[in-house]
Design a protein around this ligand. Sequence first.
Ligand SMILES: *Cc1c(COP(=O)(O)O)cnc(C)c1O
Length: 234
Amino acid sequence: MATPLSLFETRTNILDRIARRAKLAGRKTEDISLIAVSKQQPDTRIEAMLATGQKTYGENRVQEAQKRWGETFAHKRPELELRLIGPLQSNKVAEACALFDVIETLDREKLAKALVKAVEKTGKLPRLFVQVNTGEEEQKSGILPNALDAFIKTLRTEYDIHPEGLMCIPPAFENYIGQFGGQAPGPHFAFLKTLAERNGITKLSMGMSADFEPAVEFGATHVRVGSALFGARH
Ligand SMILES: *Cc1c(COP(=O)(O)O)cnc(C)c1O
């Protein structure tokens, strides 16, 4: 049996694939950040990933992230960028503001209100991405595409909140329905870019283990890779 790849080698492979696809697309590699999605991963793997020099991590639950990055690996926290990529409840906003550098899942006005309140208390507002439900799937978070422009305008004018990016999770392949029925995620990525451009937004968080290469081709500035980087989640 072949020796399993170390996390260092796995990460290097993924960074190489990002670089190759960026080059093919005529983009600069340094314009694309790899977010290591550490949710549900054991501490030993996190430790190995930290040792590779990986600085950017994504988490989808506030409480789990607090335990990992506020307790177990708190000594590493100052050198890292932590990003919330999972749905946020308004009663968790203050905790999320305290822990995360970036919240990628702003998708409703209630959260904007809670963010403003949290800032009054903590003085710190994370950088923000708006999550868009490009596949218009009922079970998914994210604002519907046709409500996005008005939402961003409201954020800017009524809350003085200026999102720097958009984020999407396209439908899983087998669930493809709606306007892009039966296709690969490319159209979702292209759509997110169009939505960002028409709102004067430059950053795009899109692409996961199965599709980060096409995401790079379609303009992702952040790819969120979990299982392809760490191995299967526990
Ligand atoms: C879990 C998760 C990922 C990573 O998924 P993989 O397929 O393991 O790469 C990316 N984005 C979000 C929002 C997630 O919840």
